[in-house]
Ligand binder design. Structure first.
Ligand code: ADP
Ligand code: MG
Length: 613
């Protein structure tokens, strides 16, 4: 009898490698990542990467590491050939970046591949040429100690995958980000990235990671360090605030290994969004250290994702740490100093960042609530001892009072008729803050946060049942979101529809946007969809909490994206309209995340500071 089911066969190696390539090699950036990790594992002090055409045509990685002799070089191309791990026991404590012995054969299976390596320059090196997984030849060749691997025409023999490669600029961006991860993890190694004739990264070995960040991002003026020690878990990080435009670029290191993890991304994006519009284009590096047994790096073939034993605790500590970085960066602004000063009533004026950065907004809010802050219209910051930055203190001390005290009206003096719910509108300061006066003093309103509050309440109402206006797009927009996020779309489709965003699956890693709310730019809508998908994927496994959290996320994300930014001129009529809308919100004094919207400066305080009292 002939069995209709084919007999089980051992797959030929070449086929296994091609299948594995699908997991390890997604795009040129994955090749860069794997090769650079090998170079670092080989103890390189210098790693040079060169790409042509975003890596679509060529990726070359050269290092000065330990190199390989002829036998090793051939062995390295065998599947599961690795010099880095010998037993299952060792798998628990992996000190090297690679350990699966999959990368080289997988990459060689889907490209034209040349390996040139020497363990000892005196003995000479070896050149191995592979095409689509077939070893074409191995010969002696001269090379100083180290390894160069060159890959041309990635996926030339897998057209279905080649089709998924993006425009060279996009591939280049991914590759560059992959290299940032490695370069930030290892500031002690020199990294160079060339694209055609351009040198995109030139980062000499340094001792200080924030120096490295500045070398990687030449525009980084200010780099803020933050750290939280949570006992067994520890987070250190760097924040380079961006100009407010573009998406933030995030790098995560877990026990020294660069990873891409949705949970971590979600935690950081959440904090940046809470912080308002100013953090677009920022770069954030989060360096998380925790006991090896609390993290599994072995779940993802490219080791890009990790699994945490205590995901909730990781989320919380990362959130807390980044929040510190954010409030430290905002602490340089006089306004927030005034805000925080009162908390330390009786304490000396805040002069540094550290004193009030601890705990971030959540902490501020908690302390305020404990202090029994008075409700609306008597803002807690009002009438209390404020703090001044050291510059202002210096001026106060050295400038003689220009007028004798008593020339100015004391508090309680007449003010013009109030034309807004918050007092008389004076105007817009630096296209960013609305200035008003009331009978007690000066009122300053942050226009972005105010608008965010207005929109947030509106969106929550929409989610509760109001019909959402929506605008169909002439050409639907395709958004590449990655497979994991795309898979989460069905769980948020209905929710998005309720706020006027129509999105559907359009391929394994792509989402198609066909309508957006009229007040939102398409790019902003894209970001909103991405953020909600991030949240949805991070919430995987806790569906009972998901619905509420997702709505919250969506409302926060949408309102932040749609709100007018700072540096945006508003006509007096628009300013009044905004204030009218603001007073009607649930809490005009705080954004949904507790950030203050309004700052008051009493006349009393002004006078005291100017030496009139
Ligand atoms: P893994 O890194 O998981 O061990 P790879 O397929 O990436 O697997 O590499 C296989 C082996 O080839 C490594 O274990 C190492 O011995 C050798 N190798 C790869 N790249 C280099 C390099 N740049 N320098 C020295 N040895 C290397
Ligand atoms: Mg490797």
């Amino acid at each position: 009898m002939i069995c209709p089911v084919p007999r089980i066969q051992i797959l030929p190696d070449a086929l296994v490698n091609r299948i594995a390539a699908g997991e390890v090699v997604e795009r040129p950036a994955s090749v860069v990542k794997e090769l650079v990790e090998n170079s670092l594992d080989a103890g390189a002090a210098r790693v040079e990467v060169e790409l042509t055409n975003g890596g679509r045509s060529m990726v070359r990685v050269a290092d000065d590491g330990c190199g390989m002799d002829g036998d090793d070089a051939l062995l390295a191309l065998e599947r599961h050939a690795t010099s880095k791990i010998r037993s299952a026991e060792e798998l628990q404590h992996i000190g090297t970046l690679g350990f699966r012995g999959e990368a080289l054969p997988s990459i060689a299976a889907v490209s034209r591949f040349v390996l040139l390596s020497a363990a000892d320059s005196a003995v000479g090196g070896v050149r191995v040429t592979v095409e689509g997984g077939r070893i074409l030849g191995a010969e002696g060749a001269a090379r100083a100690r180290g390894t160069t691997i060159e890959i041309r025409d990635l996926f030339f023999n897998v057209p279905a995958r080649r089709k998924f490669l993006r425009a060279p600029e996009t591939e280049l961006r991914h590759a560059q980000e992959a290299l940032w991860g490695a370069a930030l993890a290892r500031p002690d190694v020199t990294f160079v990235l060339r694209h055609g004739k351009r040198i995109l990264i030139d980062a000499p070995a340094v001792a200080d990671p924030s120096r490295r960040l500045k070398d990687l991002w030449r525009g980084a003026g200010r780099v803020i360090r933050f750290a939280v020690d949570g006992g067994t878990m520890e987070v250190e990080g760097l924040l380079a605030p961006g100009g407010g435009r573009g998406r933030p670029i995030l790098t995560f290191l877990v026990n020294g290994r660069a990873v891409r993890d949705r949970l971590l991304v979600g935690a950081v994006l959440r904090v940046l969004r809470e912080a308002g519009g100013g953090f677009g284009g920022s770069r954030v590096v989060v360096d998380l250290r925790l006991p090896a047994e609390e993290v599994d790096v072995n779940v993802h073939p490219a080791k890009a994702e990790v699994r945490f034993a205590r995901g909730g605790a990781v989320f919380a500590i990362v959130e807390r740490a980044v929040r510190e970085g954010v409030s430290a960066s905002q602490g340089k602004v006089g306004v927030s100093r005034l805000e925080t000063g009162r908390l330390e009533a009786g304490a000396p004026a805040v002069s540094g960042v550290a004193e009030h950065s601890a705990g971030g907004y959540g902490e501020l809010l908690r302390r305020r609530n404990e202090a029994g802050a008075p409700p609306l219209f008597s803002h807690p910051a009002y009438g209390e001892e404020g703090s001044v930055d050291s510059e202002a203190v210096g001026m106060e001390a050295s400038f003689p009072a220009p007028y004798p005290a008593g020339d100015l009206p004391r508090s309680g003096a007449k003010v013009g008729p109030a034309d807004t719910p918050f007092g008389r509108l004076i105007g817009q300061y630096r296209d960013s803050f609305l200035l008003l006066e009331d009978q007690h003093g000066l009122v300053i309103v942050d226009q972005h946060v105010a608008h965010e509050r207005v929109l947030y309440d509106r969106i929550r109402r929409r989610l509760a049942g109001e019909e959402a206006p929506s605008q169909g797009l002439l050409t639907p927009r395709l958004v590449e979101v990655g497979e994991a996020r795309a898979a989460a779309l069905p769980s948020v489709e209905a929710l998005l529809h309720r706020v006027g965003i129509d999105a559907e699956i359009f391929g394994p890693d792509t989402v198609r946007l066909s309508s957006v709310p009229p007040e939102l730019e398409i790019e902003a809508a894209e970001r909103v969809v991405e953020e909600v998908l991030d949240r949805a994927t991070a919430l995987d496994g806790v569906p009972e909490r998901a619905a509420d959290e997702l709505e919250e996320e969506l409302a926060a994300s949408l309102s932040c994206r749609a709100a007018i930014k700072i540096n945006h001129t508003l006509s007096p009529a628009e300013q009044r309209a905004l204030l009218d809308d603001l007073v009607a919100t649930e809490n005009p004094y705080r954004c949904p995340h507790g950030r203050p919207i309004i700052l008051r400066l009493s006349q009393e305080e002004m006078e005291r500071r100017l030496g009139r009292r």
